[in-house]
Ligand binder design. Structure first.
Ligand SMILES: Nc1ncnc2c1ncn2[C@@H]1O[C@H](COP(=O)(O)OP(=O)(O)OP(=O)(O)O)[C@@H](O)[C@H]1O
Ligand SMILES: [Mg+2]
Length: 253
């Protein structure tokens, strides 16, 4: 399967401290790939480095390849222009501008071969709520609405691959799976997505492949069906496994 986004031994250091350590990862075209891990594991640092973003001044090493071409030397702006679009943790919308104004600021690149710039109708079909909130300012939106707006702005810019950093943050629990399922619909239509998600159970129900990150390193990787059974994932994120509950040699009830 052809790869839309990949990195090879990507390493990010803040001062002397390594936050992402030789991560090799692949997002195949038309797939949804999840990155899970505890707080501080390096998920945001990784996804930001892929997009060429940074908080602070990290030292970044390793190769990032978009659609077969190396982009490691390009700025975040240039990578976005080529279709590597990040919806960051802080969501990156303008609070002082309305939904309509935020969306109008997005410029679709002239050359969008193999890419699709979502039009207003498609966006409102995906997020009907945004049409109702069209004239409301960013600051007046709920967490979920801000998230929808940030994703919509990225979709208007014709993503080749969409990078989402914790889209479930600030959403009511019942909305989390709904949003992730809508992202899955986009993948089923051909988009490629890299999803960083703290809601592991919900993420595992929508993604194809999963990377488990611990202290900046990939410690497990595989198809979602397999990772759902992985002892480390089960113990840390899905509750204790049956294997652990039934101690070897313990009497049967
Ligand atoms: N700008 C920065 N300067 C220095 N250290 C940083 C900076 N940003 C992140 N770090 C450190 O890098 C490590 C990884 O942080 P990161 O935010 O990538 O983790 P995360 O997995 O996204 O966590 P969370 O689940 O809380 O969002 C942490 O130890 C963090 O303290
Ligand atoms: Mg983070």
């Amino acid at each position: 399967m052809s790869s839309v986004l990949a990195c090879d031994r990507l390493t990010v250091r803040y001062g002397g401290k390594t936050a992402v350590d030789r991560v090799t990862l692949d997002v195949p075209a038309g797939r949804m790939v999840g990155v899970i891990g505890a707080n501080g594991a390096g998920k945001s640092t990784l996804i930001n480095a892929l997009a060429g973003w940074s908080r602070g001044r990290p030292e970044v090493e390793g190769e990032v390849v978009l659609g077969g071409e190396p982009v490691s030397g390009l700025s975040a702006y240039r990578r976005a222009h080529r279709g590597l679009l990040l919806v960051p943790e802080g969501k990156g919308i303008f609070g002082g501008l309305t939904v309509e104004e935020n969306m109008a600021l997005v410029r679709t690149p002239a050359d969008t071969r193999d890419r699709h710039a979502f039009g207003e109708d498609e966006i409102f079909a995906l997020f009907p709520r945004l049409r109702e909130r069209l004239h409301h300012k960013g600051t007046a939106l709920s967490g979920g609405e801000r998230q929808m707006l940030a994703i919509s702005c990225a979709l208007r810019a014709a993503p080749r691959v969409l990078l989402l950093d914790e889209p479930s943050v600030g959403l009511a629990p019942r909305l989390v799976l709904e949003l992730l399922k809508r992202m899955r619909q986009l993948v089923d239509l051909g988009l490629s997505i890299l999803l960083v998600e703290q809601n592991v159970r919900a993420a595992l129900s929508v993604v194809d492949d999963v990377y488990l990150l611990e202290r900046g390193t990939v410690v497990a990787h595989g198809p979602a069906e397999e990772m759902r059974e992985d002892k480390r994932v089960v113990e840390a994120y899905l509750g204790r496994s049956d294997i652990e509950i039934a101690e070897p040699g313990s009497p049967h009830p």
